[in-house]
Design a binder for this molecule. Structure first.
Ligand SMILES: *Cc1c(COP(=O)(O)O)cnc(C)c1O
Length: 329
């Protein structure tokens, strides 16, 4: 095991490091959905972060952990959108140059979110994995500090601060439903929750189309899957064949991984909007999608839905809500 391995201690250190840079979010009761589904549901509204997603936590911890000489030339990352926006936001706060590589699958609203933070945006490749190759090349050739979106100790520890806040608010928690892609989020959250509430279940949820972590867990090692368009666009991309941290943490700490259909994600987005007046992006709705599709039996005690981001194209959101009106008519 390498010495920089993420642990409960690195999560606790991250919490101290990023305090004041990110929002400590509350747990909010989802009263209407709790009534409908007959169980106690709470939301962890990470979409309230200033960049619209939890990714700010890992980005803040990673940038604040860089030694001064590594910061000087600036930072680079590849992203499905939210990580890039978070890195760009923190780089601007720290006065560092920033380049973000986005594949052609990244929606335009997410490109704008990155560009609005003053970062240089490079469109490269047809998948997150191809954008990653370009980010690595820039890091190598231009001496930029590479900030990976999930497979990095400081990023995982930063995301883990969400788990700390959850166990502080609800030490009697029954389970937490976590959107899953590369696994940085759930790995960090699981480190905190399994240390403090070992009986609480940590469940990862992702979309059926292109579920890289699920396929890798089944194979016993990281495998490649083809990236496909999804309502949960923030969950796109592989876990890296050279994965060093997140795969093993997910394998060892996560209780269960579930897959949800595009229809279930759309329905979950509608329910969040109609019953809770919450606008969020597809990736954030996968936990509710799993509940709605009957994949998770009700439990005693509190279920926390990690509402990971809200950076959806508002025109797309409007269309999804209008589909519902047609069905209802
Ligand atoms: C990145 C992201 C995720 C998944 O995080 P991983 O660390 O890649 O598993 C979930 N939801 C949103 C909104 C994201 O931006």
């Amino acid at each position: 095991m390498s010495s920089d391995q993420p642990s409960f201690a690195t999560v606790a250190k991250a919490a101290a490091r990023i305090r004041g840079q990110v929002l400590a979010t509350p747990l909010v009761p989802l009263a209407a959905l709790s009534d409908t589904l007959g169980q106690e549901l709470h939301g962890k509204p990470e979409y309230l972060q200033p960049t619209g997603s939890f990714k700010l936590r890992g980005a803040a911890n990673a940038l604040l952990s860089l030694p001064p000489q590594a910061r000087a030339a600036g930072v680079v990352c590849a992203s499905t959108g939210n990580h890039g926006r978070a890195v760009a936001y923190m780089a601007r706060r720290l006065g560092l140059p920033c380049t973000v590589c986005l594949s052609e699958l990244v929606p335009e609203n997410k490109r704008q979110g990155v560009a609005a933070q003053g970062a240089k945006v490079r469109r490269h490749g047809r998948s997150q994995d191809e954008a990653e190759v370009e980010a690595r090349r820039l890091a190598r050739e231009e001496g930029l500090a590479l900030i990976p979106p999930f497979d990095h100790p400081a990023v995982i520890a930063g995301q883990g601060t969400i788990g700390l806040e959850i166990v502080e608010a609800r030490p009697d928690l029954a389970r937490v439903l976590v959107p899953l892609s590369g696994g940085g989020l759930i790995a960090g959250v699981a480190l905190a929750i399994k240390a403090r509430c070992p009986r609480a279940q940590v469940i990862g949820i992702t979309m059926q189309s292109g579920a890289a972590m699920q396929a890798s867990l089944a194979a016993g090692h990281p495998v490649e899957v083809e990236e496909q368009a999804s309502l949960a666009d923030s969950l796109g991309g592989g876990i890296g064949l050279d994965n060093r941290y997140s795969f093993a943490l997910v394998r060892d700490l996560v209780d269960q991984v579930l897959l949800v259909s595009e229809d279930a994600i759309a329905e979950a987005l509608r329910r969040l909007y109609r019953q809770e007046q919450i606008v969020c992006e597809g990736a954030a709705a996968v936990g509710l999608a799993a509940l709605l599709s009957g994949q998770l039996p009700a439990v005693e005690g509190a279920t926390v839905l990690l509402l990971s981001g809200r950076n959806i194209d508002m025109e797309q959101h409007r269309r999804l809500m209008a589909d519902d009106a047609r069905e209802a008519a």
